[in-house]
Ligand binder design. Structure first.
Ligand code: PLP
Length: 450
């Protein structure tokens, strides 16, 4: 309750903000619903919040941020002392975040995970508690081979799988291997994540951008590069699936030139309106390095990912990783193996697919009603959507959202430096808020749109 009072007092929760229902906040925090209901009632009695039938609990209009009586005074004003409303400070932390790249952390299946951890630890051999080899635990590689073949159409032999600490670690290992093989250029997509491009650049590789059109990345333009990094199942951040002829063109190019395709399959499980698009790796397991991660399907905090490698690359990647598995916890690997083996992973992904789909539908419906001029695209899959804005408005919209306590990112943030400025848009990560924060975040988004 103190934290909530402080959030209102400091202005972090803007006046008028609708708070989650006591039931969903209690579920997020893992505490009794009554505890939340009591805290709300007390804060209403103190005047920080208002509660009205039908419109839920909101931050009181007059509960404006109040400056402390002097610098360094950490005690702040007394309880219940209000000052007149004034413009909120510019740099307050956002009340809502719709940045892409994050699953709903409140939905991590804690209880199922703990059960899997207990079972995994109980049956683990003593040897599993040692340093472990660079391939990663065989239990995990074995269940992953089966899962990836079944769910993503990946040709996966456990001996060709190397466990890594998330996609970023896998990419770093590949950068090292490619440099060792005298590769100079790794082609990347026109839009993507600068952390990935920077990581390749830091390893001494150049990252020329491939041209892009309304059908996606133009893989027919691949030339003398030694490898290409792409997101074929769901382009990040624009959202489309790479069309079949462009998938084939990439594989033909790799076969013809001996180059490699680095396939970033970061959210392949989340497709809503039709069958999942299978992994590109299935087309040619000797030319495609498949990189998967638990960051979207479970949580980035696990730092677990997997590489499925062409046979002649396994040795180099193991050398790059080192003699032991210094990076991924054996206990987490065993737990994930048990989580997948028991069917809990499939159940979790199925459940999250439904939830995210519902959110996506709510986003589309809210935009149709409250911002009908904003076209939304990239919604068939994944955890984010692209909202087209009128030309020249992207920066203003991002800034005005920030003023209203909503952190949201513009498309330009994901543009490769060699690519000319393109359309104005927002990239909205609708999976990012917890269930209880979602409605407020959506409301804030609609208010920020032109
Ligand atoms: C395009 C893309 N690839 C990969 C990842 C996953 O990275 P990691 O497994 O290192 O958490 C993300 C996560 O945000 C992503 O957006």
């Amino acid at each position: 309750m103190d934290a909530l009072r402080e959030a209102v007092r400091s202005g972090r929760l803007a006046p008028g903000t609708r708070l989650p229902s006591s039931r969903s906040l209690a579920a997020d925090l893992g505490i009794a619903r009554n505890t939340v209901a009591d805290a709300y009632a007390e804060l209403v009695a103190e005047g920080w919040l208002t509660a009205r039938q039908g419109s839920g609990t909101r931050v009181a209009r007059r509960a404006a941020p109040r400056p402390g009586p002097g610098a360094g005074n950490r005690a702040g004003p007394g309880r219940g002392a209000f000052v007149p409303a004034r413009r909120p400070p510019v740099r307050r932390p956002p009340a809502h975040t719709l940045h892409p790249g994050m699953p709903d952390l409140g939905s991590f299946p804690r209880a199922e995970w703990l059960k899997a951890a207990r079972r995994a630890l109980t049956s683990a051999p003593h040897e599993a508690l040692g340093y472990g080899g660079p391939r990663g635990r065989v239990e995990l590689r074995t269940v992953l081979a089966d899962y990836l073949a079944r769910a993503r159409g990946v040709y996966a032999d456990p001996d060709r799988i190397v466990i890594c600490s998330g996609f970023v670690h896998g990419l770093r290992l590949m950068a090292q291997v490619l440099r060792g093989r005298r590769v100079r250029d790794v082609a990347v997509e026109s839009y993507g994540l600068d952390i990935h491009w920077n990581l390749l650049t830091e390893a001494g590789l150049r990252t020329p951008a491939l041209p892009f059109d309304e059908h996606g990345t133009r893989t027919g333009k691949l030339g003398r590069q030694g490898a290409v990094l792409i997101t074929p199942a769901h382009q990040f951040p624009l959202g489309g699936a790479l069309p079949p002829d462009r998938r084939a063109a990439a594989v033909d190019w790799a076969r013809r030139t001996g180059a490699l395709i680095l396939e970033d399959d970061y959210d392949g499980e989340f497709r809503y309106d039709r069958q999942p698009v299978g992994a590109l790796q299935g087309l040619d397991p000797e030319r495609v390095v498949y990189l998967g991660t638990a960051s979207k399907s479970l949580t980035p905090g696990l730092r677990l990912g997997w590489m499925v490698l062409p046979e002649d690359l396994v040795g180099d990647v193991l050398v790059a990783k080192g003699h032991s598995d210094w990076v991924s916890s054996a206990l987490d690997q065993l737990t994930l193996a048990e989580f997948i083996r028991s069917g809990a992973y499939d159940r979790h992904v199925r459940g999250m697919r439904l939830r995210y789909r519902r959110r996506r539908d709510q986003l589309v419906a809210a935009l149709a009603e409250r911002a009908p001029d904003v076209r939304v695209s990239g919604i068939a899959a994944g955890l984010h959507a692209v909202l087209e804005l009128p030309p020249g408005t992207e920066r203003t919209v991002v800034q005005s959202a920030a003023w209203q306590g909503l952190a949201v990112q513009g498309l330009d943030r994901f543009r490769h430096p060699d690519v000319p400025r393109g359309r104005d848009a927002l990239v909205v990560g609708y999976a990012t808020p917890t269930d209880s924060a979602w409605t407020g975040a959506l409301d804030a988004l609609c208010r920020a749109l032109p």
